[in-house]
Structures are given as structure tokens and as C-alpha cells.
Design a protein. Structure first.
Length: 267
């Protein structure tokens, strides 16, 4: 099998490289998914697949699924794949994907029971990891406010480990609009904050976690501003039983989301 794409200056490769910039991604409503795991999960959202001959042999099942979905595939040289990739050690396969975010109104109409809201979260690795945690906990949606990182950032896509393609995602909505919409849909809004006046264990013991719930998680460095905390029905802290100063964003999100999932399933 001979590569069809061999020049790093070809229009396709140039366009793919431009998708490294948020402004270009937004204009084209396209982004890249790197590696076999991401491409496998992205099949329904693929526009094209680029793959080295070696990777095509290793991942024949992925290409078969893409072929069944009528996704065009082009073989490419290792140099071309490296030019398209954001990673230091590319895995030989890249998918060009359509944006998949949905309107907030669509999520609210579906009457969600568990939602993760990222407010002012700027680190793409954290955003992708929280999305992965939400997926694992069985959340119905993830919302990123207008002050948060682009979920289509290559690092965020990788950190989601394919979960970006599993559950509805809403982007670029003001946090006030999100909180009001959730409240109107009968969802209790909880702000996760280390200085919260309520303890997560207390909430669980009181049986207050079984209903529809949205968790709001804030910026990695400074948490949630007071005006965002004021939008929540309650501000809840994860109890620290040992000597650790705090939990990082993704860990705290996993604890909160799984607490809600357990309470809802117990009910």
C-alpha cells in the first residue's frame, strides 16, 4: 500500500494544521481526533480519516467501521501524519471530525438527571478529564461556559479518551443562563468549592443527592467566583479526612459525580 498523501504542503495537510487554532476550528466547525481510540469512538462524526499503511494494518477494525459509515479514507506518509498531529509520538491515524455540540435547550428538554458544568475552566487536560469522569459516572451532559477552554482543543480531545463522542456537550453559554435553565428544568444546582458551607457527606446522609443534580466546577487556580456561587442552590465541599490540602479539579469532579450517581441509583 503506497501513501496517497506524501507532501506536508498539500492543501489537506495545511488545512488540518490550521485546526490547531481555535478560531479556525470555530470557522470550519471541524477538529482533529488523534490515535486509534479517538478515531474508533468518533466514527459517527468523521469527515475523513488519514492513516499510514502500517497503522491501516494494525487497526483494520477501525477502518472497517469507517468504511461501513461511508467515511472517505486516505493513506498518508508518517511525515504527513506527524505534521497533522499535536502529539510527540503520533500513532499513525488521525480523524477529521465535525463539531458535535448541542444547544442547551435540547439538553434541558431531555430532563437530565446528572450534568457537569465547567465554569471558567481553562486547562484543556482538566476539561477533557472531567468529561471522561462525567461519562464514566453516567452523566447526561457536560456544559462548558463561555469563559471556559475549547473542548475541541487537541489536548482536551485526547484527555477525554473518546468520551467526547459519548455524551451531549454544550459550549459557549453564559453561566447565568446555564444555572437558570437547569433550575427551570427541575435540576438542583450544586457548586463544588473547598470553602463550601455544606459537606458532601452531609448531603449524602441527609438524602439530598437523589434528585436531578448539576455540579458546577470552577477554575483550577481560583475556584468559583462569588457571583457564580450565588447562582447555586448550595455550595458543597468534598471533605478532606487526611492531611492533603485539597483535591485537584478532575479528582474532585469524579468524587462529586460518583456521589450523585450512587445516590440516584440507590433511590
Amino acid at each position: 500500500m503506497q501513501p496517497e498523501l506524501t507532501s506536508v504542503r498539500s492543501p489537506r495537510v495545511t488545512a488540518a494544521r490550521k485546526l490547531g487554532k481555535r478560531s479556525f476550528r470555530g470557522k470550519e466547525r471541524r477538529f482533529l481526533a488523534e490515535g486509534p481510540q479517538a478515531v474508533r469512538e468518533a466514527v459517527e462524526h468523521l469527515v475523513e480519516v488519514y492513516v499510514t499503511p502500517e497503522a491501516a494494518e494494525r487497526h483494520a477494525d477501525i477502518l472497517a467501521a469507517a468504511r461501513a459509515a461511508r467515511v472517505p479514507m486516505l493513506t498518508a506518509s508518517a511525515e504527513v501524519i506527524a505534521e497533522m498531529s499535536d502529539t510527540v509520538t503520533p500513532q499513525g491515524i488521525v480523524g477529521l471530525c465535525r463539531f458535535l455540540d448541542r444547544p442547551l435547550a435540547e439538553i434541558l428538554t431531555a430532563r437530565p438527571r446528572l450534568v457537569a458544568v465547567l465554569a471558567h475552566v481553562r486547562d484543556p487536560g482538566n476539561a477533557g478529564t472531567v468529561l471522561r469522569c462525567a461519562d464514566a459516572a453516567g452523566a447526561d451532559a457536560v456544559v462548558l461556559t463561555d469563559a471556559s477552554v475549547d473542548i475541541y482543543n487537541p489536548k482536551a480531545v485526547r484527555a477525554s479518551a473518546g468520551s467526547l463522542f459519548h455524551l451531549p456537550v454544550v459550549v459557549d453559554v453564559p453561566v447565568e443562563e446555564v444555572a437558570q435553565g437547569l433550575a427551570g428544568a427541575g435540576v438542583r444546582v450544586l457548586a463544588a468549592d473547598g470553602a463550601g458551607d455544606r459537606d458532601l457527606d452531609e448531603e449524602l446522609d441527609a438524602g439530598a443527592m437523589a434528585g436531578p443534580t448539576a455540579w458546577v466546577f470552577g477554575n483550577e487556580a481560583w475556584g468559583l467566583p462569588e457571583e457564580t456561587r450565588a447562582l447555586a442552590d448550595s455550595v458543597v465541599r468534598v471533605p478532606i479526612h487526611g492531611r492533603a490540602e485539597s483535591l485537584n479539579l478532575a479528582t474532585a469532579a469524579a468524587v462529586c459525580l460518583y456521589a450523585s450517581a450512587r445516590a440516584q441509583r440507590s433511590r
